[in-house]
Design a protein around this ligand. Sequence first.
Ligand SMILES: Nc1ncnc2c1ncn2[C@@H]1O[C@H](COP(=O)(O)OP(=O)(O)OP(=O)(O)O)[C@@H](O)[C@H]1O
Length: 326
Amino acid sequence: MPFLQLNKVTKNFSENTPSGVSEIDLTIHAGQIITIIGESGSGKTTLLKLIYGYLVPQIGTVLFNGEPIKGPTEKLIPGHDEMKMVTQELTLNIYAKVFDNISSQLSNADLEAKHELTLQTMEFLRIDHLANKKIVELSGGEQQRVAIARAVITEPKVLLLDEPFSQVDTILKRQLRDDIERLAKFLGITVIMVSHDPTDGLSLSNHVIFIKDGKIIREGSPQEVYFDPRSAYVAKLLGKANIIKNAPFLPYTAPIYAVYPHHIQLSEQPTAYLATVRSVHFNGAYQEVELIFEGKNLLVHDAQFVSLQKGDAVYFDVNQYFSLEN
Ligand SMILES: Nc1ncnc2c1ncn2[C@@H]1O[C@H](COP(=O)(O)OP(=O)(O)OP(=O)(O)O)[C@@H](O)[C@H]1O
């Protein structure tokens, strides 16, 4: 029996214009780390809320271990008992201490066990040093880890995270990725995340789902989807791909291609094609170069740091490209 199964799930917020999600078919297996990716307004949060039981589908079913998920009117506290959702609006008690925010999720039946489990959870999420701090004294990233600790202390089967990486810097992102991975690995929690920027969750997800205008348009392992994006939408979201029709450096077998910026090689020596530099921006690991070739823009991530200025002529060649269906 599938762990979580959505069958033709539709939730439309407006009678006149399509909104929300429509005809979502999805199977999620226990222990997976899933990232739902899509541009703003594509229906990511709606999908998460339907899985959690915050919203009820107008058509279709959401089954958890074969049982339909109960909607908010059928329960005293909305949301499935075996799932926890952490949203962007963290619902922490900001004037209470970290320890109390987390331990308050447990009953007082066994106070010693409650204390012990709170300590263990804080240690697991590496926030034990913050135990006596109030939430108002914490950074956004620290608050988020408290919210995750608070969510997982009751040992849910599923953790739903809405844009978990949106408020954390690069170093904290790495820590958060590591925490999420450990939650799935050691506590066996199935993690379903939502992100508008796939680079955040790509490395730790074993399954990615692309959603556009409320419909799933592509899903698979990150590698599978990256190397066969199939649509311009997915290729652009995944890697800022150049979407190219009819160019001499691509075969004419498909009508349209995606070329990731790092698959274009620049050279000062005469190689394949000559373009004009439109802009150059230093980006740390590479320089982002905009070229103009036959009147069209090409974005290049150049890790060789070829010496360039606006208006220069530069040679380029394309190493890899992917044909698209639309
Ligand atoms: N409660 C609601 N009432 C009316 N329309 C809604 C409601 N919730 C969502 N929508 C609409 O449904 C669509 C999908 O919204 P949703 O929040 O799921 O998108 P999203 O992909 O999570 O966007 P974002 O990345 O901006 O959070 C949008 O057009 C939104 O305006």
